[in-house]
Design a protein around this ligand. Structure first.
Ligand SMILES: *Cc1c(COP(=O)(O)O)cnc(C)c1O
Length: 415
């Protein structure tokens, strides 16, 4: 299948999104959807409906709102399952990414004196790094290990920018007796490399470790089959490719093999309690026999309303078509930028290893480039010291915009 083949049949639902405007009223070329996705027009209506129902109904809205608040998160379950390739019982929208990562480590990072190490990406997103390091410190005193030696960081080979699957597998093999958890991002936020989730998960579990994935740059961007690939857990945020707004609720996957397993510890709250007896307010926790047992609190309805507006678009198009369009766009960008002198494409060229954004290493530091792009009406994002990330989002960016961007980049390169 060539990535260009579907270009013409995929109609981007561009008109369903709101684009930031330049001072002169024209729309920006927006390539930062991997940082904050654009607002679906329908989000306002869905949030306003909840404001109206709250005004009209007060507490009765829990049962009588047009979309009752009590089960509101369930209205998103099937969409989330389709999005990440899971069973509906395996996915839930709750909390935010780093919070969910900690909750998942309560269940799936249970170090012992001999098996306490966590394998992560070298240069992982800082929040992930802080989360795993603090979990290791938290357990180190009572279990008795040195937290400074708990993290194993994957690094590319000298002279290479991205990781090789074989090297990841060899690292797992080398540490197989001491690995407690393998926790990677399925697309590296900096390089745009995406990983072979199925193969790495199998290797981690064969070694006797739990395996979890951070899908911050995967959910809404990649075609995922979490149930079949079998990781123990996954977490993601919804304000990037999932266009659910700043601070949107995160998502969480727990494989069904763990749902009824009493050996898996968990932090608990009333929203994880059996729905039949939740309002009897009894002292004993009777967990919902799904991932919902990990829910703590009743969720924010306005945030769920915004997410519902966005997920409807994903439902309609399906992740297969979205991923094909994303590859068509990133291929077009890589092809053109690859011919410009001075700019290095960091993101792998092979489609199987490429996530939803393209990272460019630029001469003279990123600020020179992002400032020039902004002047030319382009929003992209720069990372220290010399990386510019471009995210062509399948839902609202077009091939024509890629070509316009490349014209601008050529101009900056020659300036
Ligand atoms: C965006 C991102 C986060 C953000 O974490 P929040 O808890 O949502 O603030 C964490 N990890 C990765 C890999 C990310 O890309």
């Amino acid at each position: 299948m060539t990535s260009g083949a579907n270009q013409s049949i995929f109609k981007t639902p561009r008109e369903e999104f709101l684009f930031p405007k330049r001072p002169d009223g024209r729309e920006y070329l927006y390539f930062a959807g991997n940082s904050l996705g654009l607002q679906p027009k329908r989000a306002r209506q869905y949030i306003e409906e909840e404001l109206e129902d709250w005004a009209q109904l007060g507490v009765e809205g829990h049962l009588k709102a047009r979309h009752p608040w009590l089960p509101y998160h369930e209205f998103l379950t099937d969409s989330l399952a389709g999005l990440v390739g899971a069973k509906p019982t395996e996915v839930v929208a709750m909390n935010t990414l780093t919070v969910n990562l900690h909750l998942m480590m309560v269940s799936f990072y249970r170090p012992t004196k001999s098996r306490f190490k966590i394998l992560i990406e070298g240069g992982a997103f800082p929040s992930d790094q802080y989360a795993v390091a603090s979990q290791a410190r938290f357990h180190s005193g009572s279990v008795g290990f040195d937290p400074a030696s708990a993290l194993i960081e994957l690094k590319p080979r000298a002279g290479e920018a991205t990781l090789r699957t074989d090297d990841i597998l060899a690292t797992i093999e080398r540490h197989r007796a001491e690995l407690a958890l393998v926790m990677l991002g399925n697309t590296n936020y900096l390089t745009g490399q995406c990983f072979d989730v199925a193969t790495i998960t199998r290797a981690a579990q064969d070694a006797g470790a739990f395996c979890g994935w951070d899908l911050a740059h995967g959910a809404g961007s990649l075609e995922l089959k979490l149930h079949d690939w079998g990781p123990d857990f996954a977490v993601w945020c919804s304000y990037k490719y999932l266009n659910s707004g700043p601070g949107a609720l995160g998502g969480c996957f727990v494989h069904e093999r763990h749902h009824r397993d009493p050996r898996i510890p968990r932090f608990e709250g009333w929203w994880g309690q059996n729905k039949q007896t939740r309002f009897k307010m009894g002292p004993n926790f009777d967990p919902i026999p799904t991932v919902e047992a990990w829910q703590l609190s009743n969720p924010p309805i306005f945030q769920l309303a915004a997410m519902r507006a966005s997920l409807e678009i994903f439902d309609r198009l399906g992740m297969g078509a979205i991923r094909r369009q994303s590859l068509a766009l990133t291929s077009r960008l890589i092809e053109q930028v690859g011919r410009m002198t001075g700019i290095e494409v960091v993101t792998p060229r092979s489609e199987a290893d490429r996530g939803g954004h393209v990272s460019l290493r630029v001469p003279g530091g990123h600020r020179r480039w992002t400032d020039a792009l902004e002047q030319a009406g382009v929003i992209a994002d720069g990372r220290e010291p010399d990386i510019v990330r471009i995210a062509p989002v399948a839902l609202y960016n077009t091939t024509q915009e890629i070509d316009e961007l490349c014209t601008i980049l050529r101009g900056v390169a020659q300036a």
